[in-house]
Ligand binder design. Structure first.
Ligand SMILES: Nc1ncnc2c1ncn2[C@@H]1O[C@H](COP(=O)(O)OP(=O)(O)OP(=O)(O)O)[C@@H](O)[C@H]1O
Ligand SMILES: [Mg+2]
Length: 272
């Protein structure tokens, strides 16, 4: 996996000071993120942290109240068409047509993106092979397992060959085996130079990201490779109370979950 810091190539995703308010609630609070080609960046946080709102601003679906974002060098506000061409966005509830088959769903999205027949013939076999979905081409989307539905959604997202992938909780409700398959695919895509920003509520999954952004109540608390976050936890001698335990401990091998909980508690204390 390429670390953006080590890469001389400019970031494909850049957000600076990105802020969104809904009435008195600040859903996303001055968020700065950069994701380079070949990087998998995981935005991690509990329900309501502001993950979806962040992705929606990066796509240009929601206007920020402050700050801005660029995708592949294009300002999302002033160049929406170039941004749309550069981005594959898989929404938290991606719109598959349940009564259409795998092939028909892909055909629908290929039409929507204006993909030529020649390009389809080149791309479809590759996508079906990569996702191991070829045997299920004739199956209705509604009859697919959760993991297969997500793979189909990912294929539809990749049809216009985006350089940037924004995936909102792509593996929620997916069994562990399909989740691993899904990650193999993501790593292949990253190796091709695609920048991937995904959200997840699973901290074990976040371990697989090159860098992780810990998000809580609209704010990005930390942004670093998982190992670096754990090192900071150890060096600061932070404590955490694990589920079922009565007292906080200083774990020798902190998990990303320990790190996240400790940082959230610290930020709450600092805010007081
Ligand atoms: N259109 C909207 N109008 C009002 N409030 C909204 C709107 N969209 C999101 N919010 C609020 O903004 C906050 C952030 O929501 P968001 O959906 O971005 O969180 P999330 O991190 O994606 O959560 P989840 O893990 O549940 O998907 C929440 O408190 C949510 O209720
Ligand atoms: Mg969400």
């Amino acid at each position: 996996m390429t670390d953006a810091a080590a890469s001389p190539r400019p970031p494909l995703i850049r957000a600076s000071g990105l802020t969104k308010r809904f009435g008195t609630l600040t859903a996303v609070d001055r968020l700065d993120i950069e994701v380079g080609p070949g990087e998998i960046f995981g935005l991690v946080g509990p329900d309501g942290a502001g993950k979806t709102t962040t992705l929606r601003m990066l796509c240009g679906l929601v206007d920020p109240d402050e700050g801005g974002a660029e995708i592949a060098g294009y300002d999302v506000r002033t160049h929406p068409d170039q941004v749309k061409d550069s981005i594959g966005y898989m929404a938290q509830r991606f719109g598959l047509y349940q009564d259409l088959t795998v092939d028909e769903n892909m055909g629908f999205y290929a039409d929507l993106f204006g993909i030529s027949r020649a390009e389809r013939q080149r791309l479809l076999p590759r996508l079906l092979e990569m996702t191991r979905m070829a045997p299920f081409r004739g199956r209705r989307a509604g009859a697919l397992s959760g993991g297969m539905k997500q793979k189909l959604a990912l294929m539809c997202t990749l049809l216009h060959r985006p350089r940037v992938l924004l995936l909102d909780e792509p593996t929620t409700g997916v069994d562990p085996v399909s989740r691993r398959d899904f990650w193999v695919i993501l790593q292949q895509l990253a190796q091709e130079g695609i920048a991937i920003l995904l959200t997840t509520a699973y901290l074990d999954e976040a371990e697989r990201c090159g860098r992780v952004g810990l998000m809580h109540a609209g704010r990005l608390l930390r942004c670093a490779p998982p190992e670096e976050l754990k090192r900071e936890f150890r060096e600061r001698g932070l404590m955490v109370r694990r589920v079922g335990a009565t007292e906080a401990v200083r774990p020798e091998k902190p998990t990303l979950e320990d790190v996240f909980i400790a940082f959230v508690e610290h930020s709450a204390e600092e805010a007081r």
